[in-house]
Design a protein around this ligand. Structure first.
Ligand code: PA5
Length: 475
C-alpha cells in the first residue's frame, strides 16, 4: 500500500461532537463552548501529564509505532513461515492478551475467514481461546489437526491461571504427539524478565516474542501481542503502526479543539461529572463489532478505580457497554432514547464499505417494501445510523460520531491509538492510575488461593473465614 501524505490525509478519522453540544441537545444535557473553555485548564493539565510521561513507566505503549523495526521484521519473517506450514493459528490468552487480536482479526480479515476455502483464505484459520469453559476447550480439539496447528500462548505476567492451564493442556497433547518436536508448534509472547512463561519458553526452546515492561495488557495490541497474529493473517502491520503514528501526530495539537483524543476525553470527563456513568460504544459495521469489546476492557479496566492518586476514595469510571448498529437498534435504542439520562453514546461510522450489496428489485405491488429497491445496503446502514443520531439528539441524549473513511490497517491503527490516548487523557483528568488493575488482581489472587497456590495461604484463610452462604437465600 502506498502510504503517501495525501492518502494519509484522506484516511484521517473524524470526531464529530456536535451532538454533545447544548446548541443541539439543549442546555440541560449538552455542553456550551463556554463550558469547554472554562475546562481548558483541565485539558491542558491532562495533555501535559500525558506528554511528560509518554514512553516511560506504564506509558511505553505510546512509542510502539516508532520503536519496533527489528521486531516487526522478525514478526513478518516468522509469520511467513507459519503461513506456509500451518492451517490453524490459535491464540491462548485472556483480557488484554486476547481482545486486541480478536478485534483486529474481525476488522481486517474476511468476515467469514475461517469458513473460506484455503485457496481463497490464503492464511491459516484463526482462533482465540480466551475462556476456560471445558466444553469449549474440548470442542476445539474436535476441529484442530494438531499437525497443522501453531499455538501462540500470550501472557505478560506469565502467571494467569486461565492461560497457563490452557498451555498445560495443549503442551501435554503436543508432547504426546510430537515428542521433542512439540516446541515447533508453540510460540510464547510474554515479559522478557518477569513471570514463569519466559522461563518455561527458554527451557522448552520456544520461539519467543516480548511484551515490553511499560506496555500493559490492554494497551498491547500494537506490540507483538497483536502484531504476530495480524501478520500471520496477512494484515499489513506496518500500515497499522503508521496509522497509529498518524493519530499520535494529530494528537500533538495542544489546543483541545484541534486534538481529537483530548476533546473526546474532556467531553467524557465533563459528562461523568454530570452523572453520565455509562459509555456505550456502537459501531455501525460488523467488522468493528469486536473493537467495541476491546474498547470496553480499555475504558472499564483503566478508569474504574476506587482511589485517586492522592489516596482519596473516588470510585471513578464509566461502565462501558457494547452495542452494534443496526442490530441493537432493535434491542437497546429504546432504552438509550427513553431511559435514564446516564449515558454517552459513541457511534462509529464507516464512510466507504469494502463491499457493496444492491437491494434487488421486487415486490412492486407493495410500495411499503419496494421503496427499498435499487438502494444499497451501505446506503441503508448509513441512513439508519444518521436516523439513530437524529433520534438520540432530539431526545436530548449525548452522542458523538467517529467516522472512518474506510476500514483498513491504517485506519484501525489510528482508531486503536486514538482510544488509547483518549483513555490516558481521561485518566489524567480523573487523577487516577490509568494503568493498574488492582480489581483484576484481586480475582486472580482469590483463584490462586482456592487452588492452593503457595504464597496465597493468607488469602485462603481469609476466604474460608468469610460469612457462609445461608440456605434460606437459595430457593
Ligand atoms: O490489561 C490488563 O493488564 C489485563 O486485562 C491483562 O491483559 C489480563 O489480565 C491478562 O494478563 P496476562 O497477559 O498477564 O495474562
Amino acid at each position: 500500500m502506498a502510504i503517501n501524505r495525501d492518502w494519509q490525509k484522506s484516511m484521517q478519522i473524524k470526531v464529530d461532537y456536535n451532538n454533545m453540544m447544548a446548541e443541539f441537545i439543549g442546555d440541560e444535557q449538552g455542553f456550551t463552548d463556554k463550558e469547554i473553555s472554562a475546562a481548558k485548564k483541565i485539558a491542558d493539565e491532562a495533555y501535559k501529564n500525558v506528554a511528560a510521561n509518554r514512553g516511560s513507566g506504564m506509558m511505553g505503549w505510546t512509542e510502539l509505532p516508532y520503536n519496533q523495526d527489528e521486531i516487526v521484521k522478525d514478526i513478518i519473517d516468522t509469520a511467513k513461515g507459519i503461513r506456509k506450514k500451518f492451517d490453524n493459528f490459535v491464540v491462548l490468552g485472556i483480557g488484554g492478551s486476547a481482545l486486541g487480536p480478536i478485534a483486529v482479526f474481525n476488522a481486517l480479515c474476511h468476515l467469514r475467514h475461517n469458513e473460506l476455502p484455503k485457496k481463497v483464505r490464503k492464511a491459516p484459520k484463526f482462533y482465540v481461546e480466551d475462556n476456560i469453559d471445558p466444553e469449549r476447550m474440548d470442542a476445539l480439539f474436535d476441529i484442530l489437526d494438531l499437525d497443522k496447528t501453531m499455538f501462540n500462548v500470550i501472557t505478560k505476567s506469565g502467571a494467569t491461571s486461565e492461560t497457563m492451564s490452557q498451555y498445560l493442556i495443549i503442551i501435554d497433547k503436543l508432547k504426546k504427539k510430537f515428542g521433542d518436536k512439540a516446541g515447533e508448534h508453540m510460540i510464547a509472547t510474554t515479559s522478557a524478565q518477569k513471570g514463569n512463561l519466559i522461563k518455561i519458553a527458554k527451557a522448552e526452546g520456544f520461539k519467543t516474542f516480548y511484551i515490553p515492561d511499560g506496555v500493559g495488557g490492554r494497551f498491547s495490541e500494537l506490540s507483538p501481542v497483536g502484531l504476530l497474529s495480524a501478520a500471520v493473517l496477512g494484515i499489513d502491520i506496518k500500515a497499522m503502526l503508521k496509522g497509529a503514528a498518524f493519530m499520535d501526530k494529530l494528537c500533538k495539537a495542544k489546543d483541545v479543539k484541534k486534538n481529537p483524543a483530548l476533546i473526546s476525553a474532556l467531553l467524557q470527563y465533563l459528562a461523568m461529572n454530570k452523572g453520565k456513568n455509562i459509555s456505550v460504544m456502537m459501531p455501525y459495521a460488523d467488522s468493528l463489532k469486536y473493537i467495541a469489546d476491546w474498547y470496553c476492557q480499555l475504558w472499564g479496566e483503566s478508569l474504574g478505580k476506587a482511589v485517586d492518586k492522592d489516596g482519596n476514595a473516588v470510585y471513578a469510571g464509566q461502565t462501558p457497554v457494547k452495542a452494534l448498529g443496526v442490530t441493537d437498534q432493535h434491542s437497546q435504542i429504546q432504552l438509550y432514547r427513553e431511559g435514564p439520562f446516564d449515558k454517552v453514546i459513541t457511534i462509529i461510522a464507516v464512510e466507504n464499505f469494502r463491499k457493496e450489496t444492491l437491494i434487488s428489485k421486487g415486490c412492486e405491488d407493495f410500495p411499503d417494501v419496494s421503496f427499498l429497491c435499487g438502494h444499497t445496503l451501505s446506503e441503508l446502514i448509513n441512513s439508519e445510523r444518521k436516523a439513530t443520531e437524529y433520534a438520540l439528539t432530539t431526545a436530548k441524549r449525548l452522542n458523538y460520531t467517529i467516522t472512518l473513511p474506510e476500514v483498513n490497517a491504517f485506519t484501525i491503527g489510528e482508531l486503536l491509538y486514538y482510544f488509547e490516548l483518549e483513555t490516558a487523557y481521561t485518566g489524567a483528568m480523573l487523577n487516577i492510575d490509568t494503568f493498574n488493575q488492582p480489581g483484576v488482581e484481586g480475582g486472580k489472587n482469590a483463584t490462586y488461593a482456592l487452588f492452593g497456590r503457595k504464597g496465597y495461604e493468607a488469602t485462603k484463610a481469609e476466604m474460608e473465614n468469610a460469612p457462609k452462604k445461608k440456605s434460606d437465600y437459595i430457593i
